[in-house]
Design a protein around this ligand. Structure first.
Ligand code: SF4
Ligand code: SF4
Length: 87
């Protein structure tokens, strides 16, 4: 399991610099930056430290098991952002 960013994210980047493993994206230099609706957490690299959740001004970050029912699908939305498309 990992932490997950859900619907309320306003992309203010408050969480990005606090992540000890840099697993929150996209960053301004990333190709997906212009089209991304929010930021996402890579569930493979997240070490479940919780630092990001504590700074989010809109409470958009949840431990996966604690996601509200209406936002459960965001676990897959976050994971999908980091998957390499099949060729
Ligand atoms: S829980 Fe920790 S490791 Fe995971 S995204 Fe947040 S700050 Fe990064
Ligand atoms: S701190 Fe919250 S609102 Fe800001 S970018 Fe991170 S998840 Fe989104």
């Amino acid at each position: 399991m990992a932490y997950v960013i859900a619907a309320p994210c306003v992309a203010d980047y408050a969480c990005v610099d606090l992540c000890p493993v840099q697993c929150i994206a996209p960053l301004p230099q990333d190709a997906a930056f212009d089209t991304a609706e929010q930021l996402y957490i890579d569930p493979v690299r997240c070490i479940d430290c919780g630092a990001c959740r504590d700074v989010c001004p809109v409470s958009a970050i949840f431990f996966e098991a604690d996601l509200p029912v209406r936002w459960r699908h965001y676990a897959e939305v976050n994971a999908a952002h980091f998957r390499v498309p099949a060729r």
